[in-house]
Design a protein. Structure first.
Length: 330
């Protein structure tokens, strides 16, 4: 009988039961020999010597050269979360170790969260709600609806593409613009959207939603100049990363009442106490909750256990992450 492969868990202990609740853990145990305690520090971790697989999650320490030197059998790192950039560096691929991420599973709730904010933004809900608190009801003529709204999507990432598909399927008849240097006019047309550059997208969009990865070239992609191009009454949604938007410039636009914002991520994150964004009624601030939360975290574990099953059966990994793609992915 072939020897069963050995798997080490590497993540914060307090999330282990969320990632792998009992039925998932039982499924994993049926596939491989799992060391019961999760690792958070490679120092003194002798179980790396026999590990064939790592199942990683939030809090996994970086897999540096020293750790990899102590893991001669390691063949695959299966991440039960989104980006692997926090713990997997080029050395992992150079050693021929396969890498997989559950970013597809984490994308689904971000897509839903974004759609929810698009609907709120289309109605200028935050401003209407603030006025309502002051006793002001909008007249029927003042009320804004979603039909025909122009939504500018920055980044045809897996989340961006999911948002686009859902927007186009909605009865509102959204018009969707896309800015993504990796997507040309033909591919954009196949997605049902119009490819354009960022400046044009800002000028023409009622709602701009950010879905590009955090890369050197995406830092402050929405800076003061581009934010000033937005039409009066526009909304900015950011569920990607705070660094993509100039927080100070956006704060000024929101404080002037010209732009509304729905920010699940900020720079810095969290915002310091007393930051002016906390006090603006036309800004919805959430503390990075768009991805899998609470009961949803098991989706990441389920995706990872499916990957382990594929690996054991010699099938291709569905969430394979390739070193060549790192410069353009999250
Ligand atoms: N708020 C949350 O909880 C949460 C959860 C998951 C992901 N995210 C964030 O959402 C964003 C999208 O994640 P993903 O997994 O869909 O990304 P992804 O890895 O699928 O995105 C890669 C794609 O982004 C596009 N892109 C690259 N550079 C670009 C640029 N300069 N301008 C526009 N588009 C560009 C390209 O099409 C590329 O293929 C990331 O910033 C990620 O960190 C946030």
């Amino acid at each position: 009988m072939a020897e069963r492969q050995k798997l080490v868990l590497a993540m914060r202990p307090d999330i282990l039961d969320l990632v792998l609740p009992a039925p998932l853990r039982a499924r994993l145990d049926a596939l491989v020999d799992v060391h019961p305690e999760p690792v958070t520090d490679w120092d003194g971790c002798d179980r790396l010597a026999t590990a064939d697989l790592l199942l990683t999650g939030w809090g996994c320490p970086p897999l540096d050269a020293a750790a990899l030197d102590r893991a001669p059998r390691l063949a695959a790192v299966v991440h039960a979360a989104g980006t692997v950039k926090g713990h997997v560096g080029p050395e992992v691929w150079q050693r021929g170790i396969a890498v997989s991420s559950a970013a597809d599973a984490n994308a689904a709730p971000v897509i839903e969260f974004t759609l929810a904010t698009v609907w709120l933004a289309a109605r200028r809900t935050l401003g209407v709600s603030a006025a309502y608190r002051r006793g002001v009801l909008p007249t029927y003529g003042d009320r804004r609806g979603a039909d025909g709204a122009v939504v500018g999507v920055i980044g045809a990432s897996r989340i961006g593409r999911g948002v686009i598909a859902r927007l186009l399927a909605a009865p509102a008849g959204f018009r969707v613009l896309l800015a993504d240097p990796y997507v040309g006019a033909d591919e954009a047309a196949a997605l049902g959207v119009e490819a354009t550059d960022l400046d044009d997208l800002c000028r023409r969009s009622d709602i701009v939603t950010v879905h590009a990865p955090d890369l050197p070239e995406t830092h402050h992609l929405l800076d003061a100049r581009r934010l000033a191009l937005l039409p009066d009454g526009a909304a900015v949604i950011n569920t990607a990363r705070g660094r993509l938007v100039d927080t100070d410039a956006l704060t000024l636009e929101c404080a002037a009442g010209r732009v509304d914002a729905y920010l699940d991520v900020t720079e810095p994150e969290p915002l310091p106490a007393g930051h002016p964004l906390y006090g603006l009624r036309n800004v919805l601030l959430t503390p990075h909750i768009a991805g899998c939360q609470g009961t949803e975290v098991r989706r990441l574990g389920a995706y990872a256990v499916d990957e382990v099953a594929r690996w054991i059966q010699g099938e291709p990994l569905r969430g394979a992450v390739h070193a060549d793609d790192l410069a353009r992915i999250a």
